[in-house]
Ligand binder design. Structure first.
Ligand code: BTN
Length: 267
């Protein structure tokens, strides 16, 4: 018997936002909530619709990987937005969701940080994964689907990932209410997204992001063709990581090109 209810009604009544998550589709099982929501988007679903599954039989990760989580353990959902801004600004949706998850996790009492650009981490291990997919209508955005899997009550992590992933349960020994987790993430996302959409840059939420940024003010290694080290200063309004090199110059690191590690750990 599960401690907390997790169904359409429990989820819908936990959500207190204006628009994010106002239309809830829930299934015990689906292949992938991203696939499901893309179909709903094609059929005209409104902005803010979410598709949630207790279990995904073919969950998708980044770079064509699979994303798996046992039934009854995860907050696995996809959120639909229909921005009117140009497609080039949509790549920030993943970063904004990463920030929103980290903020929600902190509000629930866990010391979450962000591993640039969009991984919410606790104890320097990932607590969620985000996969954003976009469709265009001509040269405008038709829809963006932001798929998020949060490791809430996962009791163990497979050995291959045990040094890279964690869950609320593993960090605290306690079960959490997935409805509450979801509702908080949506609340933060709605706020952060609205701020972003006003300016199409991160100026309004950069400070909040940098407060949670792991390695800020610390040495990092930028992994690119010619790796280098420097001090992480924060991000700019385009979400690029600012790294000060030994000679005093500051490079703007773009997430499409490279990854960045703290000098002393995976994160
Ligand atoms: C990653 O590789 O880190 C991204 C994982 C994204 C997983 C989520 S779970 C909900 C949504 N539906 C999917 O099929 N994938 C995303």
């Amino acid at each position: 018997m599960l401690k907390y209810k997790y169904d359409q009604q429990a989820i819908a009544s936990a959500i207190k936002t204006k628009w994010a998550g106002k239309t809830v589709h829930f299934a015990k099982v689906t292949d992938s909530t991203n696939n499901w929501l893309k179909q709903l988007a094609k059929e005209g679903a409104p902005e803010g619709t979410i598709a949630i599954a207790d279990y995904q039989s073919a969950g998708k990760g980044r770079l064509g990987r699979v994303w798996t989580a046992p039934p009854d353990t995860s907050a696995t959902f996809s959120l639909l937005v229909r921005p009117t801004f140009a497609p080039e600004y949509a790549s920030m949706m993943t970063l904004i969701m990463g920030l929103s998850v980290a903020q929600a996790v902190r509000e629930l009492g866990l010391p979450a940080q962000i591993k640039w650009p969009n991984d919410a981490v606790v104890s320097r291990k990932k607590i969620c994964g985000i996969l954003t997919e976009m469709a265009l209508a001509g040269n405008q955005i038709d829809y963006v689907v932001i798929g998020t899997g949060i490791n809430v009550n996962i009791p163990e992590i497979i050995p291959e990932l045990s040094d890279k992933a964690t869950s609320f349960y593993l960090e605290t020994g306690k079960e959490f209410d997935r409805c509450e987790v979801l509702a908080l993430v949506l609340q933060y996302f709605e706020h952060n997204y609205e701020k972003y959409a006003q300016t199409c840059d991160l100026s309004e939420i950069r400070e909040a992001y940098e407060e949670l940024l792991a390695n800020k003010g610390e040495p990092v290694r930028v992994l690119c063709e010619e790796p280098y080290e420097g001090i992480c200063l924060g991000i700019n309004d385009r979400g690029e990581l600012l790294v000060e090199k030994e000679d005093g110059t500051v490079s703007c690191v773009n997430s499409g090109e490279v990854s960045v590690r703290g000098l002393y750990s995976y994160v």
